[in-house]
Design a protein around this ligand. Structure first.
Ligand SMILES: C[S@@+](CC[C@H](N)C(=O)[O-])C[C@H]1O[C@@H](n2cnc3c(N)ncnc32)[C@H](O)[C@@H]1O
Length: 207
């Protein structure tokens, strides 16, 4: 991980995602989480205040030491025990069927091999377990997609590897997960932000 990604991106990420719109989505995607949960791409712990009381523990996968450090106060304030169990969503250390639920927000855009990461999520979920996902990604409009493709190389360089053209629903169903909910819309904002603003909130079940 280079200096920019290690020292600057976590701070920019926290600032970008700390607003009322995203907070509402974090709250919504956490609803219904239960039992032993794995959060892939824990970041600075912005989801933590929204975990319901039905969650008994959180295992966090997060490569950035700075982001983990930034989560200290949120972890201290949380009644739920949180442990950092890994650094890479593509290689989870847990045994098969360990978790009741997995949470992943604004991270499938960044993990280099997202297909492998989702296959890992499926492996560590128990049958009937759910994965809750919140992401930005591939827009439905060809003109926006054209801009997403143009901007993606730059986006990847400045935003820690973040892609603009990943199809969240396809990633989940392609890994053999059943979509139970899929809400998609552009987040509010000016038109020129559309390449970054097509959001998906998805809940899928491991059959
Ligand atoms: C945009 S941030 C989102 C953080 C948090 N989920 C949130 O919604 O506030 C993406 C996170 O994914 C993490 N990440 C990057 N590569 C990863 C990987 N291979 N496995 C797991 N997490 C990764 C980054 O360090 C970063 O914390």
């Amino acid at each position: 991980m280079g200096w920019w990604t290690e020292r600057v991106v976590p701070r920019c990420t926290e600032r970008t995602l700390s607003n009322e719109t995203v907070e509402k989505l974090h709250r919504e995607v956490c609803a219904g989480l239960t039992g032993r949960v794995l959060e892939v791409g824990f970041g600075s712990g912005l989801n933590l205040p929204f975990y319901p009381s039905t969650v008994t523990s959180v295992d966090a996968v997060e490569p950035s030491d700075l982001a983990w450090e930034m989560s200290t106060d949120r972890r201290a304030a949380s009644p739920i025990p949180v442990e950092r169990v890994g650094l890479d969503g593509e290689r989870l250390g847990a045994a098969d069927a360990t978790y009741d639920a997995v949470l992943c927000t604004f991270t499938l855009c960044t993990i280099p091999d997202a297909e492998t990461a989702v296959a890992e999520v499926r492996r560590v979920l128990r049958p009937g377990g759910t994965v809750h996902v919140l992401e930005h990604g591939l827009a439905p409009d060809p003109r926006v997609v054209a801009w997403q493709r143009r901007l993606e190389p730059l986006q990847r360089r400045v935003a820690g590897g973040c892609h603009l053209t990943r199809d969240v629903a396809q990633l989940l169903t392609g890994a053999g997960l059943d979509l139970r909910r899929l809400d998609q819309a552009y987040l509010p904002g000016p038109g020129f932000m559309k390449p970054w603003a097509f959001g998906s909130l998805a809940i899928a079940v491991r059959p």
